[in-house]
Design a protein around this ligand. Structure first.
Ligand code: GRF
Length: 187
């Protein structure tokens, strides 16, 4: 299969990145991870790129020179898809415009519910019976782009933030790759 190049943006642990790298090794998976970009030089997830010899860059996209560096790199590598995976910064508007329809994100709630941070504590406070994760396109409004795919989990009455996080993240790993397959099946 001819794979399209992708770039994964991270800020922290990078377990979604880890799964994307693992799945990209599968012949039938439609993308490869060409480069990882992190705003945080201490992000644990960078270890996964090092381990798999995937190039990475530490960039602050609020800085003009670093923005240009990112744009050049993405062009040079013919990046088809940008996957935000625990990227904790807001992307500059011009950047979102330049890659319209090519940036996706994974969010730990059933959007449009619980946009933003601290989703697990808010879900538990609300006494919802279900939560889950959403893969969506990124537009200029936070967690508001078109939904590509969602996966649900049931919330037990013994649930706490940590157990809910684990439950949802297990779904995220599947959801992200399924969403990518769904997107690429249209090309
Ligand atoms: C995920 O739960 C994702 O939903 C959110 O940030 C978390 C990143 O986790 N956007 P990891 O860095 O992939 O382990």
């Amino acid at each position: 299969m001819v794979k399209k190049n992708s770039c994964v943006f991270i800020s922290g642990t990078g377990t979604n990145l880890k799964t994307l790298i693992k799945n990209s090794k599968n012949y039938n998976f439609p993308i490869n991870v060409s480069i990882v970009i992190s705003n945080n030089k201490k992000a644990k997830g960078l270890n996964f790129s090092k381990m798999h010899k995937i190039d990475f860059l530490i960039l602050n996209l609020n800085n003009r020179l670093e923005q240009e560096k990112a744009l050049l790199e993405l062009k040079k590598r013919k990046i088809f898809l940008i996957c935000l995976a625990g990227y904790m910064k807001i992307l500059p508007k011009f950047f979102i415009k330049s890659f319209k329809g090519k940036i996706i994100n994974i969010h730990p709630s059933l959007l449009p519910k619980y946009k933003g941070l601290n989703t697990f504590s808010r879900v538990l406070k609300s006494k919802d019976k279900f939560s889950g994760c959403t893969v969506h396109y990124v537009n200029e409004k936070l967690d508001s782009g078109k939904i590509i795919l969602q996966k649900k989990v049931e919330i037990s009455n013994k649930e706490n933030e940590q157990s809910l996080k684990i439950k949802i993240q297990q779904k995220e790993y599947k959801a992200y790759s399924e969403a990518i397959i769904k997107i690429l099946s249209n090309f």
